[in-house]
Design a protein around this ligand. Structure first.
Ligand SMILES: Nc1ncnc2c1ncn2[C@@H]1O[C@H](COP(=O)(O)OP(=O)(O)OP(=O)(O)O)[C@@H](O)[C@H]1O
Length: 320
């Protein structure tokens, strides 16, 4: 759904703070809302507080302060009622290892109040859809990481929840499974589900999410549609150089106009201001650092560049 068609929020979060006593970190004063049929991306680097926020909203942990409502129900006083409306996928799904994948999902579906027949029908369809049908009888402890993620997705989706809270759902999924999951998510949103999707995979967020909230060190630092956020970056360029071999790239970061350099596999991604001679300056710096450039492209900015501009930090783990 596009934001112009917004209805009343199904998930409303106001000023939620949750700090871990041992580290003093967590989330601070987070406010956001998600409407029926909307997919909201929660984007931030590792440790920015995505999982903590999702833990609070899933009612697993109480906030230190702030409030939230799910379908009008109070997040603190009406936990049980809220849980029944949520579909949750945590960042590290756990299962009963000695039970089959099917038995795990079936228990889950029944715990959400689904009748035997309805649960069986929904699970048959989802196991087939995610290519897990032939492994349904296999013990969950023998599932690969990707299979366990798919099982967790099935568990989150089977009871057709009104709100989906998903923590990095596509991490570890192969290409085909990722497409299948994305299609399913769009289908759920079209059916009126409000989706909060925590992820730092910007390509996926840009293509799936109607709006995006950036989290940085536990706080919301920006919010908007992907288009709004990216178009706020006039004058920013993203230079992607593929190198034959990795080289130290400290010097590239010193080149005029360069804001940040981050390696992504064999690529060196340079976030920089647009300006005369900027590409030449970056190429020179890479060559001086001993880099052998095999391809080079100057690309339009992405949500990653927006995040770099806002915080001076990169989203991805691979950062410098
Ligand atoms: N159990 C805990 N005890 C103490 N500190 C914690 C605990 N869990 C998380 N933290 C800290 O809280 C902050 C937020 O962590 P959180 O797991 O919510 O981030 P995240 O954005 O989900 O990261 P990732 O992308 O790596 O999953 C981090 O600084 C983390 O070190």
């Amino acid at each position: 759904m596009r934001s112009s068609e917004k209805t009343a929020p199904v998930l409303e979060v106001e000023g939620v703070t949750r700090r871990y006593r041992s580290s003093g970190r967590g989330v601070e004063g987070v406010s956001l809302s998600v409407s029926a049929g909307e997919v909201l991306g929660l984007v931030g680097p590792n440790g920015s507080g995505k999982s903590t926020l999702l833990r609070v909203l899933s009612t697993a942990t109480a906030p230190d302060s702030g409030t939230f409502r799910v379908c009008g129900l109070d997040g603190i006083r009406e936990k049980r009622e809220i849980r029944a409306r949520l579909g949750i996928m945590v960042d590290r799904p756990t299962h009963y290892g000695d039970l089959s994948g099917w038995a795990n999902a079936y228990l889950f579906a029944r715990s959400y109040g689904m009748g035997e027949e309805k649960a069986t029908r929904a699970l048959q369809s989802l196991f087939g859809y995610f290519g897990l049908a032939e492994y349904a009888g296999e013990k969950a402890k023998n599932y690969s990481y990707g299979m366990a993620k798919k099982l967790a997705l099935i568990e989150a989706l089977a009871h057709e929840p009104e709100v989906l809270l998903l923590d990095e759902p596509s991490l570890g999924l192969d290409y085909t499974s990722r497409l299948a999951y994305q299609r399913k998510l769009r289908e759920a949103a079209r059916g009126g589900c409000a989706v909060l999707l925590a992820s730092n995979q910007v390509d996926e967020v840009e293509s799936l999410c109607d709006r995006v909230v950036f989290l940085h060190r536990g706080r919301v630092v920006a919010e908007g549609t992907p288009e709004e956020l990216v178009s706020s970056l006039r004058g920013v360029r993203r230079i992607v150089a593929t190198l034959r071999n990795p080289v130290p790239y400290g010097e590239v970061g010193e080149a005029p106009g360069v804001r940040r350099v981050a390696p992504e596999g064999k690529n060196l991604v340079v976030h920089c201001e647009d300006g005369p001679g900027i590409v030449a300056g970056v190429v020179e710096a890479i060559v001086r650092s001993g880099g052998d450039i095999t391809t080079l492209s100057v690309e339009r900015p992405t949500l990653e560049d927006v995040f770099v501009r806002l915080t001076g930090e990169a989203l991805t783990e691979d950062e410098a």
